[in-house]
Write a new protein. Structure first.
Length: 224
C-alpha cells in the first residue's frame, strides 16, 4: 500500500522525524520554486533516496502508479500548447518527484513520530493527532476499497463507475471513525499522553542534515 509505514532497517528510517520533516518541506519547496536542471536534479535526488530507505524502486513505482496520471498532465498540456514537449517532460518529472516526497516520508517514519515532530514545530496537538489518525485510516481505506472491488467483480458488477466502489469504502471508513471516537471517549482519552516525546538529536542526524544541505546547495547553483 502507498501511504503506509514500512518497518525496515535503513539510514533514513533511523533519522529523527523532525529532520525528515524539515528536509521534506525544504525539498518540496525547492522543487516548486525551481525549474529546468534544478527541478530535474532535485526530483532525481528524491527517487535516489528510496534505495537508501531499503525500498525497491520497482515496488515503489508500482504502488505509486496512481501518481503517474497527475504527473503526466503537464506533459500533455505542454504538448498540446507548444511544438516541443521537453518543457512538459521536465514539469511532469518535477511533479512526480514532488509527489514522491510525502510518500517517502510516510514509508520511513512512524505516524506517531510524524505527529510528534509536527507538534514540536508548533502544530497544535489536536491538529497533529488528527493527522496521525488520518494516516492510520489510509491503509484501511485502501484495503476496504480493494475488497469492495473484488466483491463487486465476483458479482459481475461493472467497473466503469468509480463511485460504486468508493461510496461503500467511505461508508466503512466513517463507521470506523465513529467507533474509534466512541472508544476513545469511553477510555478517557487525553491528548497530552497520546503523542510520544521526541528524542534528542544525534550526531547521525546532524551529519544527514549537513549532507542534505550540501546537495541542496549544489542543486541551487545549477543553471535553470
Amino acid at each position: 500500500m502507498l501511504m503506509r509505514f514500512e518497518d525496515r532497517r535503513s539510514l533514513i528510517h533511523s533519522l529523527d522525524p523532525r529532520a525528515k520533516l524539515a528536509a521534506a518541506l525544504a525539498l518540496s519547496s525547492f522543487i516548486v520554486l525551481s525549474s529546468g536542471a534544478q527541478a530535474l536534479s532535485s526530483s532525481a535526488f528524491v527517487l535516489a533516496l528510496f534505495p537508501l530507505a531499503s525500498a525497491s524502486v520497482k515496488a515503489a513505482a508500482w504502488e505509486a502508479r496512481w501518481l503517474f496520471f497527475p504527473a503526466a498532465l503537464p506533459l500533455v498540456f505542454h504538448a498540446l500548447a507548444s511544438d516541443s514537449a521537453a518543457s512538459g517532460l521536465v514539469a511532469s518529472f518535477s511533479l512526480l518527484g514532488l509527489l514522491m516526497v510525502p510518500v517517502l516520508l510516510v514509508k520511513t517514519t512512524r505516524p506517531e513520530q510524524i505527529a510528534s515532530g509536527l507538534h514540536w514545530f508548533g502544530v497544535p496537538r489536536r491538529a497533529a493527532l488528527v493527522f496521525l489518525l488520518a494516516l492510520r485510516f489510509v491503509p484501511g481505506f485502501q484495503r476496504g476499497l480493494q475488497e469492495t472491488r473484488i466483491a463487486q467483480a465476483c458479482r459481475g458488477a461493472s467497473r466503469r463507475n468509480p463511485f460504486s466502489s468508493a461510496l461503500p469504502s467511505l461508508h466503512s471508513a466513517f463507521r470506523a471513525a465513529r467507533s474509534l471516537s466512541v472508544s476513545l471517549e469511553a477510555r478517557g482519552f487525553e491528548e497530552e499522553r497520546f503523542l510520544p516525546p521526541c528524542r534528542p538529536f544525534s550526531g547521525r542526524d546532524a551529519v544527514a542534515v549537513s549532507v542534505f544541505l550540501f546537495f541542496l546547495l549544489i542543486f541551487y547553483n545549477l543553471k535553470p
